[in-house]
Design a protein around this ligand. Structure first.
Ligand SMILES: [Mg+2]
Length: 286
């Protein structure tokens, strides 16, 4: 309780976050009423690597008990929804695969709407290639419509050289997400944006990135949830992906301080989340 008061006092002094001063009463009311659907980031919100964060299991319980719709959203393209469901199961939370949405699924949806039945050369993991197959795409390393890059362990000079040749030959360059780095059990690792950079630099062509903060991913997520903007909130730990994506898609934003953002850092951005919580453990209430 003392810590919460402290946070509110400090928020009072942050001009950009002035709307969040009375957020507990307002947010409690909205959580119990008007907000009927949640888009929830994963890393830094419900887990850190293989460690579940405080209140994650209770959050899922509360979501089910309250009849809320929810979608776990991740910018990582490596894992498919069944794999993410298994990961949460190993950590002790049972969530069906249909509650997960990844940048790989969003990328597959984007490509299918741009050029139905097209082909792609892919540097990525099964989470990405399977999503593309499922959306009617075929794999092609000779003359594809698109070069699609996601996080990959199979990334190497040979595949970069091929990607460069294909892009110079006319294939369009698409990245699943613009993140430059991401967390892993062993520390920081390069993420999609860093893997795309050598291809952009060599070809002089800029990639199109589908994942957060692209509002496209939010729109796809809303469609999956069958929810309107007005009745949906996004919960995330990053200002430059989760919160900006929510703001640009005009969805209510809840920043949690359990991940990469500290209270002081919020003030450095020109935009602010509507609500700030210490972690998802505050959401279920009593
Ligand atoms: Mg996160």
């Amino acid at each position: 309780m003392k810590k919460k008061m402290e946070i509110h006092r400090r928020l009072d002094k942050t001009p950009d976050a002035r709307d969040t001063c009375d957020m507990t009463v307002e947010l409690r009311t909205r959580l119990d009423g008007a907000i009927k659907a949640f888009i929830i980031d994963m890393d830094g919100v419900i887990y850190h690597g293989n460690r579940l964060l405080r209140g994650a299991a209770e959050l899922v319980e509360w979501l089910r008990r309250s009849g809320k719709r929810f979608l776990f959203l991740t910018n990582s393209s490596e894992r498919s929804p069944p794999e993410l469901s298994q990961k949460l199961s190993r950590l002790g939370i049972e969530v069906e695969p249909e509650h997960f949405y990844t940048s790989a699924l969003a990328t597959a949806g984007f490509l299918a709407s741009q050029k139905p039945g097209g082909s792609a050369f892919v540097i990525g993991e099964p989470g990405l290639t399977n999503a593309l197959y499922d959306s009617g795409y075929s794999m092609n390393n000779v003359n594809p419509d698109y070069v699609v890059i996601g996080e990959s362990r199979g990334y190497g000079l040979e595949s970069i050289e091929r990607a460069v040749r294909l892009v110079l030959g006319g294939a369009r360059l698409v990245g699943t997400n613009p993140d430059l780095s991401g967390p892993s059990e062993t520390g920081l690792v390069p993420a999609c944006g860093a893997l795309v950079a050598p291809i952009e630099l060599t070809t002089g062509k800029k990639a199109y990135f589908v994942g957060k903060p692209n509002p496209l991913m939010m729109r796809h997520a809303l469609r999956r949830l069958g929810a309107t903007r007005e009745e949906t909130a996004i919960i995330g730990d990053r200002m430059d992906t989760d919160i900006i994506a929510g703001i640009e898609a005009d969805i209510e934003t809840i920043l949690v301080l359990s991940g990469v953002t500290s209270l002081v850092e919020i003030g450095r951005f020109s935009y602010a989340p509507r609500h700030v919580l210490e972690g998802v453990f505050e959401i279920p209430g009593e």
